[in-house]
Design a binder for this molecule. Structure first.
Ligand SMILES: Cc1ncc(COP(=O)(O)O)c(C=O)c1O
Length: 395
């Protein structure tokens, strides 16, 4: 078909180098974020039993989809928040198939064409793409490595315009590992209240918190900004290391929550993407998830320690220790940047010469050309060996 003949999907230099590196048995992927490939998964026997229960119960011939999602799944999510000290009724929850899909519903059902959404920078490139496809204009507020990624509310005030309809906070953050404090969230809540903005909290890494941040609860807008409309995005892809079960949710709160939920339900009803089988399985899995999540987060915490040790032993690199999430930003010392190399050329050289995969920082909107993004989801020996290659190369 002519209309689609000239799509711009040609490969860039990084992806060509990446493909070549992947075919080499020595390749170490230090940007892998696939829990299963990194050896982290839920109890497959338990899932098999729960699936068998679903089919044995005859529910499969009784398909009555609810646009908000299956009631047992919403109750399990409500209980998840209850355990975290937050009251979120099941009427406030909308089940989707993925966090990405939740973003899509929020942007397309609640925002209008021409509206702006404020996104953190750096951040995962996904949100920008979804916003653009929903006809919403992405704008940015910056988080700086020099401030250990802390947010300055004045930076946000400066970029708010009359068209700004929503702001996204990602906490714990991908890729910085930053966790917003109560004060930062309250300050952002005040900006939202003054400007009638929706506050979207991407909390998909809610349980992936380390060190002091593991103690106490995750600071959440729903608890801290009661006078603001908020939507939390979460799901089992990270929470239960179950990206394949495709069950996520939006938890809506604030003065207009009924209207917002209604709009989201209409949008969700167009697709009904989350499978009833999986919602049933997730409802049961979530109920006893503390141990499973605790085990996975403890293991990822050890992998984070391995990354921190590796960076400490490499004079060419610095890193703000990630407080949460599964990513970190490495800053390459300017003196180690040979002959005009930038983040992209380093990432390509690491693929071509060392067979190690990392992302250049520009993919996440980091503009200073000295940043590389690493994941600490891979096993510890991968992190140690991969980071040694990176360090040897830069030295
Ligand atoms: C911060 C953040 N939000 C959302 C997503 C998308 O999650 P999902 O796989 O549930 O669509 C990701 C994916 O890694 C992410 O890092």
């Amino acid at each position: 078909v002519k209309r689609f003949a000239s799509s711009e999907t040609s490969r860039n230099r990084y992806s060509v180098a990446r493909l070549a590196a992947e075919s080499d048995s020595r390749f170490i992927d230090l940007i892998c974020t696939n829990f299963h490939e990194c050896g982290l998964r839920y109890d497959t026997d338990a899932v098999r039993r729960l699936a068998a229960d679903y089919f044995a119960s005859g529910r499969m011939s009784d398909y009555h989809p609810d646009p908000l999602g299956a009631e047992p799944a919403r109750t399990a999510v409500s209980d998840y928040y209850k355990a975290a000290g937050l009251t979120v009724e099941q009427e406030q929850i909308v089940i989707t198939a993925s966090a990405s899909e939740s973003y899509s519903h929020l942007f397309s059902a609640l925002l209008s064409s021409g509206d702006q959404v404020l996104l953190p920078r750096p951040s995962y490139p996904l949100f920008e793409e979804i916003a653009v496809r929903a006809g919403v204009e992405p704008r940015y507020y910056d988080q700086h490595v020099k401030r250990n990624w802390a947010i300055d509310p004045d930076d946000i005030v400066r970029v708010v315009e009359p068209e700004t309809a929503a702001i996204v906070i990602v906490s714990p953050n991908n890729p910085t590992g930053y966790i917003l404090s109560d004060d930062e969230i309250r300050a952002i809540g005040e900006i939202c209240a003054r400007n009638d903005m929706l506050l979207i909290h991407d909390e998909v890494f809610s349980e992936y918190r380390y060190g002091e941040d593991a103690c106490g609860g995750l600071p959440r807008p729903a608890a801290l900004c009661r006078n603001v409309n908020t939507a939390a995005i979460n799901g089992v892809s990270k929470l239960l290391a179950a990206p394949d079960l495709k069950v996520s949710w939006m938890a809506v709160d604030g003065p207009d929550r009924s209207t917002i939920v209604e709009q989201l339900a209409i949008s969700n009803d167009l697709f009904l993407s989350a499978s009833p089988v999986n919602q049933q399985i997730v409802a049961r899995l979530l109920a006893g998830s503390d141990k499973l999540t605790g085990r996975i987060v403890a293991e990822v915490g050890l992998r984070r320690d391995a990354l921190i040790d590796a960076v400490a032993g490499c004079p060419a690199l610095t890193m703000v220790p990630p407080r949460g999430g599964i990513h970190a930003v490495l800053t390459v010392d300017a003196g180690s940047l040979r002959g005009g190399m930038d983040d992209e050329s380093i990432a390509i050289a690491l693929l071509e010469k060392c067979r190690v995969g990392l992302h250049p920082g520009y993919l996440y909107g980091i503009e200073d050309q000295t940043a590389l993004v690493v994941s600490f989801l891979p096993p510890r020996e991968y992190i140690r060996n991969g980071m040694k290659r990176v360090c040897d190369f830069l030295s």
